[in-house]
Design a protein around this ligand. Structure first.
Ligand SMILES: CC(C)(COP(=O)(O)OP(=O)(O)OC[C@H]1O[C@@H](n2cnc3c(N)ncnc32)[C@H](O)[C@@H]1OP(=O)(O)O)[C@@H](O)C(=O)NCCC(=O)NCCS
Length: 330
């Protein structure tokens, strides 16, 4: 590897419309690599059109840069500005389709792109940076780990398959609107759970029942709940879209919420809910099931990692905002 060589030739420019076909090709190569590790992911061709729209939108609304070696575009990095990203400060979110490089000199290219992009982002007051990567691309993830990033969110997937559960005396039902009031208190506790250590995350709703009702009004939204001696002890929510472009493929349905009362965790309630949802998804003809979760949520991570395979990791970095003030005063 000729490190000095590539760096001396690299030019960073703003991402423009004319760069988009090459950007799409780099994203495609990343996807194909991930698909080698998880062969049941959807075919690229079925995602291509949506991706094209996504990248175009990102280039229009986002902040993006390309790495050029002479006239060849060998990498790009583009993110959406976010008003509040994991806190009250402004930030940038780079989605799965917002970056890519050629295979050779990947580390050097990403480092140069980030050095340039971060300078502009920080100048623009964006101190919180988050990026999503394919989970099996260890070289890229390591590169960003060395750039100060740490794991925060995971998207995982599984083939929809029935799961054997031993009889537990639980009653698991598919829910309807009139069942929601009895789940309001569990939903409230779900929010409290996220606020606590080590997750420390705010869920944006005031009234749990209103939140559940609004959610269930969404198209093709479904939930299941478990009763233990007639009392609700857990629920699980499923809907067509998760956090990634892959989750929005029509073959995928996504678990977007699950909660079991803390005094009954570890006794198979979560599994009974998951098993029931899998049975329904299979019957309805959805071959894939996705889920996204915070890696910092210990009970959730443990549970999903047992039944699902991660295909993305999202990493975050929070920059000391005093650097911005110092620049202003300089
Ligand atoms: C994640 C969550 C929904 C799982 O529900 P749960 O009822 O605790 O899950 P289960 O009991 O089916 O499985 C949990 C563990 O108990 C074990 N278990 C399952 N059935 C069991 C049984 N009958 N007896 C004893 N242990 C059992 C499982 O093997 C599993 O083991 P593990 O911890 O080594 O992975 C629950 O922990 C929860 O509500 N967490 C807080 C909210 C949350 O994280 N939600 C997910 C958001 S993304």
């Amino acid at each position: 590897m000729n490190r000095g060589g590539i760096l001396s030739k690299l030019i960073i420019r703003k991402l423009e419309k004319r760069h988009l076909p090459r950007a799409l090709k780099l994203v495609r190569e990343g996807y194909e690599e991930e698909k080698k590790k998880i062969p049941f992911l959807p075919e690229y061709q079925e995602l291509a059109q949506g991706l094209q729209t996504n990248i175009k939108d990102l280039a229009e609304k986002g902040e993006g840069f390309v790495a050029l070696e002479d006239v060849d575009m060998i990498g790009f990095l583009a993110g959406y500005p976010v008003k509040q990203l994991f806190g009250s400060c402004r930030g940038v979110y780079v989605p799965l389709f917002g970056h890519g490089t050629q295979k050779n000199n990947r580390q050097e290219i990403y480092r140069e792109l980030y050095t340039h992009a971060a300078e502009k982002w920080v100048e623009g007051g964006m101190f919180s940076h988050a990026l999503t990567f394919f989970a099996h691309d260890r070289e890229t993830i390591d590169t960003w780990f060395w750039l100060g990033f740490g794991l925060r969110c995971v998207d995982s997937i599984r083939k929809t398959e029935e799961i054997e559960v031993s009889p537990s005396g639980l009653e698991v039902k598919k829910g309807k609107f009139s069942d929601l009031p009895m789940l309001a208190s569990l939903h409230h506790n779900h929010r409290i759970y996220y606020r606590k250590s080590p997750v420390f995350m705010l869920k944006n709703f005031e009234d749990p029942l209103e939140d559940l009702e609004e959610w269930l009004s969404g198209e093709n939204h479904h939930f299941w709940y478990a009763l233990d001696e007639g009392a609700p002890v857990g629920y699980l929510q499923v809907e067509p879209a998760g956090e990634t472009f892959i989750s929005r493929h029509p073959s995928v349905m996504n678990i977007t919420g699950a909660f079991v009362a803390d005094n009954i965790r570890g006794k198979g309630v979560g599994l009974a809910l998951l098993a029931r949802a899998q049975k329904w998804l299979k019957k309805e003809g959805y071959p894939l099931c996705g889920v996204d979760f915070e890696s910092i949520n210990i009970t959730g991570s443990k549970f999903w990692n047992r039944y699902f395979t991660p295909y993305t990791f999202s990493l975050v970095r929070r920059i000391d905002e005093r650097v911005g003030r110092e620049k202003e005063n300089a």
